[in-house]
Ligand binder design. Sequence first.
Ligand SMILES: [Zn+2]
Length: 79
Amino acid sequence: MITPSCQRVAESIASGEFYQAAGLRRIRLWLHWCVCYACRRYRKQIETIERGAAIAFKFERATEVREAFKKKLAARLQV
Ligand SMILES: [Zn+2]
């Protein structure tokens, strides 16, 4: 298949890989995103949640929310 599945694209959006992928992987993710209404809608929802969380937790940028939650989750999993 030329583009990844909706599930794979959704996972990459939620994990942040969607924004950091390079090369052919990046092209495939973005190509899917361009033609799939559901994934575009999902990305918009995730970005809205991140902006809301950034305001609620007083982060300067929405991207800091994801990193802060990852660190907090990793710390909790190590206990
Ligand atoms: Zn999709």
